[in-house]
Design a protein around this ligand. Sequence first.
Ligand SMILES: Nc1ncnc2c1ncn2[C@@H]1O[C@H](COP(=O)(O)OP(=O)(O)OP(=O)(O)O)[C@@H](O)[C@H]1O
Ligand SMILES: [Mg+2]
Length: 268
Amino acid sequence: MAIVAMVSAKGSPGVTTTALACALSWQGRTVLAECDPSGGSILSGYLSRLEIPPIGLLPLAAAALRDQLAETFDHQLVDLDAKNPGQRFVLPGINDTVQAGTLRPTWESLTKFFGQLEHRDSGYDVIADCGRLATSAPPWPLLFRADLLLLVVRVTTLRTIAPAAGAAEMLRRELTQYGQGPGGLALALIGDGPYGRRDIEQRLQLPAVLELPDDRRTAEMLSDGGGRLRGSERLLRAAASTEPAVRDAITRRRAHLEPTTSSGSSRA
Ligand SMILES: Nc1ncnc2c1ncn2[C@@H]1O[C@H](COP(=O)(O)OP(=O)(O)OP(=O)(O)O)[C@@H](O)[C@H]1O
Ligand SMILES: [Mg+2]
């Protein structure tokens, strides 16, 4: 597995919480990269009890400009799991939207670098929280090159589902024009509501690869910090159970891209 990027149409359907739940429960070494141009929230939320120096995406972007990504990267990570260190990390995001402009020229090289991390000696999968598409500066290179791009949708009501239709259409168009095509685009459905998975897949014309339940208590611990996670919470168990489907989707996607990427003709 390489890069799984997550975005939302608008509102706060739970991108950060979902990305964190997956980073904490999937097997293997994982980096949760906070690439939301409107700012990261793990340091002020889930890890708010820790004093962490100003490291993360911004210094990494500066290193990208100096061509020093490889030697800088490890120093920008914060361990997410004190009980089992060295497995799950967060790359903290920016803390001011003004900094998004600094990131913009570096997304290409950051994306390329993230894509190579799985091939390191002790490789990482990258789960990228890319925030809302409605922001002025989504990290497009990352969305275009992700192995799997998940549009996160809260399924509680039609009001929360409807904005995803326009976003799905826009992503299909952009991925077709500039990326590797729309085949890596899928849905992450959050919560429960009157519409079933099939209804939503049909309405948005996308397959759902990931489904997480409404679990307010655990979600609050993940988004706001506090409490002690045991790993057996409904949300974390559900996140763990999504991993095989995510890996399958990536394997199928790569097999499909193989003949064209080897000639380099399908990349933007
Ligand atoms: N599966 C879930 N069950 C219940 N509540 C959830 C779930 N996922 C997220 N939430 C809650 O929804 C709210 C928004 O979550 P989160 O911050 O992850 O959304 P977001 O899409 O990242 O928002 P933003 O675009 O503002 O960064 C939080 O209060 C969080 O606790
Ligand atoms: Mg968020």
